[in-house]
Design a protein around this ligand. Structure first.
Ligand code: ADP
Length: 485
């Protein structure tokens, strides 16, 4: 991998703590593997409490001077970081494909997407406006200012090793926070490559650290118990989100939580079926089904059910599974064997209760963690996939008759992140869009992620929003000054 990079220094075996690149020395390490080949890429330092604390101390120290700069100065650094990410997009994508498995073109897409958050928040850095409120008494003047929360600690998952961090570090640094990142142990190399470029862009020592560790619970405990950390920002499962919120409760830390989803994807009988199939393909199979906004339950109205199923199966059969570096590959491996087992369990549970496999259904002939893209028909609410996120390449098709019933089914979940539907009737479009209890509704589209819109969930899918003009709010405190004149 290193030899194939235009800039080999982007691939590192060191962590980035308090402005220093630290090797493992004689300390413990953990390996990072390529999930397509099983080959080890590199060993990284397995850091612990003391290193996390060092990063937090340095962040606290550096944050004050960073916040004291003007928005325009911080914007210039972030803009430079963005430019470097774009200039090195191919290398960043290669590192991402190697550690995570997604096809190179998709990895490149993620790099551009991640970079777009750095660009967006570079722009927003200059626009952290307050307010002037007319006084409540003749001698009173009321001014509202927004200030950075301070030191932010971040924990992110492996499915978007670049973008999940970019969406957090962009707004945090833009408004003057310092940032300590704990990337997923499966995919820390993309985070470290970003840090190499951040340092080059002029992010001051200590403002950004990347703490690599195989024990996320250890680092998580330090993040949540260290009083210098004012905010925890997390993307991952609802289960781990609960743990972090519980741990944060002790010090009433602010939290932003981007948690699990269980996205419904509804196809009404007035939908453009070809467009719906195309949307379902992107929503369901992007990243091999490993995103929190992937369609998890596909509801198709009875009149178009068979036609939709047939078109979807035809599209799925054109997918090419393989190593993400191979030409024409649309779908990489799953992240690990546990992911394969969960997919198998969901398929076995569904078929055991009467669902039929329309295509796929088993491990791929390539072996490893490759899995066949799968479509299930005749899926019913009694099956596990109705309540749990599969996080894999399985499209379960439910049949429904009427609008009110499908809305009730779509909302019958603890989750509320993304939802999708395809319909043409204007009245129906408004009714359904307003009735879905989700933070995001894709209407006649299967792709909803962009830096210009607020991404986030309701119910047990989390709190806070990432991206858009609202994205800075998660990293700001509101202060109101009441002046008597
Ligand atoms: P995923 O299925 O994406 O791995 P998780 O919620 O399990 O979802 O993990 C998301 C991130 O949270 C990963 O970086 C993981 O290492 C981390 N993590 C898992 N358990 C804990 C914990 N108890 N405390 C802090 N972080 C954790």
């Amino acid at each position: 991998l290193k030899q194939s990079l235009g800039d080999p220094s982007l691939l590192t075996d060191k962590a980035f703590v308090a402005g220093e690149w630290v090797g493992a020395g004689s300390g413990p390490t953990f390996p990072v593997h390529n999930p397509s080949t099983g080959a080890k890429i590199v060993d990284l330092p397995d850091l612990g409490f003391a290193d996390a604390r060092r990063a937090i101390d340095a962040a606290e120290e550096a944050q004050k001077a960073w916040a004291a700069r003007t928005g325009k100065e911080r914007a210039a650094v972030l803009r430079k970081w963005y430019d470097l990410m774009i200039a090195h997009a191919d290398d960043l994508a290669a590192i991402l494909t190697a550690e995570m498995g997604k096809p190179f073109a998709e990895a490149k897409g993620e790099i551009m997407y991640g970079a777009s958050f750095i660009e967006w928040f570079a722009e927003e850095a200059k626009r952290v406006y307050g307010d002037v409120i007319p006084g409540h008494q003749p001698d009173k003047r009321i001014v509202v200012v927004k200030q950075p929360v301070g030191v932010v600690a971040s924990i992110t998952p492996w499915n978007f090793p670049n973008a999940m961090i970019a969406r957090k570090v962009g707004p945090a640094l833009a408004v003057g926070c310092a940032f300590v990142s704990k990337p997923a142990k499966q995919t820390p190399l993309s985070a470290l490559a970003m840090a190499v470029l951040a340092e080059r862009a002029g992010v001051p020592k200590g403002v950004l650290s990347v703490v690599t560790s195989a024990s996320s619970s250890k680092i998580g405990e330090e993040f949540c118990s260290n009083p210098k950390v004012r905010k925890i920002t997390f993307t991952g499962s609802t289960e781990v989100g609960r743990i972090l919120m519980r741990q944060s409760a002790e010090q009433i830390k602010k939290t932003s939580m981007e948690l699990g989803g269980n996205a419904p994807f509804i196809v009404f009988d007035d939908a453009d079926l070809d467009a719906a199939v195309e949307g379902a393909m992107m929503s369901k199979y992007r990243n091999n089904g490993q995103t929190c906004v992937c369609a998890n339950r596909i509801y198709v109205q009875a009149g178009v059910y068979d036609a939709f199923a047939e078109k979807l199966v035809a599209a799925v059969n054109k997918m090419k599974v393989g190593d993400g570096f191979e030409d024409g590959v649309t779908t990489g491996p799953l992240i690990d064997m546990a992911a394969v087992e969960k997919v198998e369990e969901h398929i076995a549970d569904a078929t055991g209760k009467g669902a039929k496999i329309a295509t796929g259904g088993k491990r791929h002939a390539l072996g490893g963690t490759f899995f066949e893209p799968t479509v299930l028909t005749g899926v019913t609410p009694a099956m596990a996939v109705t309540q749990e996120e599969t996080f894999g390449p399985v499209a379960p098709l439910f049949r429904f008759e009427d609008e009110a019933d499908v809305i009730a089914q779509a909302n019958d979940t603890i989750f509320g992140l993304a939802s999708y539907f395809y319909a043409k009737d204007m009245g129906r479009v408004w009714r359904v869009a307003e009735a879905l209890e989700y933070g995001i509704v894709g209407i006649n589209t299967g792709i909803i992620s962009t830096e210009v819109a607020p991404f986030g969930g309701v119910k047990q899918s989390g709190t806070g929003r990432e991206g858009s003009k609202y994205g800075c709010d998660d990293y700001l405190e509101i202060k109101y000054m009441c002046m008597s004149i």
